[in-house]
Write a protein that binds this ligand. Structure first.
Ligand code: ACO
Length: 331
């Protein structure tokens, strides 16, 4: 069974309710049939019921099994306005601004997850990553003990003997432009959890990547990866992590042995932590295009409750798969 088929099957094992705030978006409407037919979750579409149904007719989308909720008609709309006001009044939000925010489906959806009206949220087919993330970060916040959110990709590289039989987790490829050493250490831990929980990688081995391997070069950006490695080892003693490592020393056994002979995991790593978002985002796209790897994500890590972003270029299948991942996390 492919990894995505496994994730769909796991999602179907327990019923969850996932909110899709982009309720008038064509691919989102078309994804409902795949979500319902595969018993992935009960999808909740946000928006005006008449408009959603009319668009579904126009696009040929079958909405059987989906719930439709118009935020402004929700029984708990006023409670959400009050709760958002209480949450954000120190940040200059008054009741009027709180009401406007709750009329925005992206904010309303994050509030549904916060208030346990939904188990998770998926959006981003028509909104930028920033617009999806901001309400989630403001309302749901980070998970306990985590200070920054990151976005990983599961990379499945064909005909590849490295990583976990060609499967890797790359991070951060989507969220934090310049992470601190402490935040990079957190990405190591949350990415190892993604490897274990979603990819079935039983033994995550994490490399903190650099252009230097264990002292071969010196620069302040290398020092940051050395410090991130030390913090990760201290804060997460059960985590198998090492650095700083060049990508070949991290993945290729022979190179790992020769460049980092004292490392217990060099040459065997299956989770790669990039030094900043530019490197991570460029890195995953290069592997996706040049090595024809399947790139699944971004998978948001470190948020207190399950939320996921979609690429605006996503397909209907991508939405179904992302909803399945969030349903598994919500379980
Ligand atoms: N982790 C955790 N919390 C965060 C983070 C983070 N990385 N960044 C911001 N926050 C919190 C802030 O502390 C703030 O909380 P508060 O209001 O309660 O104090 C809240 O989020 C909102 O912060 P803002 O300053 O309004 O948000 P900002 O404008 O900094 O945006 C964002 C944050 C959206 C994550 C921004 O850094 C961003 O756009 N990142 C890049 C996203 C991107 O374009 N990725 C590449 C494309 S995706 C792809 O190709 C797969």
């Amino acid at each position: 069974m492919s990894l995505l088929a496994e994730i769909r099957a796991k999602a179907a094992a327990k019923s969850t309710r996932i909110v899709l705030p982009e309720g008038t978006e064509e691919r989102t409407l078309l994804s409902i049939k795949g979500i319902v037919d595969n018993k992935i979750c009960i999808p909740i579409l946000l928006g005006d019921e008449g408009e959603i149904k009319s668009l579904a007719g126009k696009y040929g989308a079958d909405l059987t099994g989906a719930e439709i909720l118009d935020p402004k008609k929700a029984a708990y709309f006023d409670d959400f306005v009050q709760a958002f006001y209480e949450m954000r009044k120190d940040k200059g939000v008054d009741l009027d601004k709180a009401k406007k925010s709750m009329l925005d489906p992206l904010f309303f959806a994050s509030m549904m997850v916060k208030m346990d009206k939904a188990d998770g949220e998926v959006a981003g087919a028509e909104n930028t990553t920033g617009n999806v993330l901001r309400p989630a970060l403001q309302i749901l916040k980070t998970a306990p003990g985590i200070s920054a959110v990151s976005g990983s990709f599961i990379m499945i590289v064909p005909d590849c003997e490295y990583g976990d039989k060609g499967t890797f987790v790359f991070a951060d490829c989507a969220v934090t432009p310049v992470a601190t050493d402490k935040q990079l250490a957190e990405f190591a831990q949350t990415s190892a959890e993604t490897a274990r929980d979603l990819c079935g990688i039983k033994d995550p081995k994490v490399a903190m990547l650099s252009f230097s391997t264990q002292g071969s070069a010196s620069h302040e950006v290398v020092d940051k990866m050395i410090s991130a490695t030390a913090i990760a080892k201290e804060r997460f003693p059960d985590l198998k992590v090492d650095g700083e490592l060049q990508a070949d020393a991290a993945m290729v056994p022979k190179v790992g042995k020769s460049k980092a002979p004292n490392s217990l995991i060099a040459g065997e790593c299956n989770v790669l932590i990039f030094p900043d978002l530019q490197a991570g985002n460029i890195g995953y796209k290069l592997v996706q295009r040049l090595a024809k790897a399947e790139a699944i994500g971004p998978i948001l890590q470190g948020i207190a409750k399950p939320v996921n972003d979609l690429s605006r270029g996503c397909s209907v299948e991508d939405i179904v798969n992302t909803v399945a991942m969030i349903a598994v996390k919500a379980q």
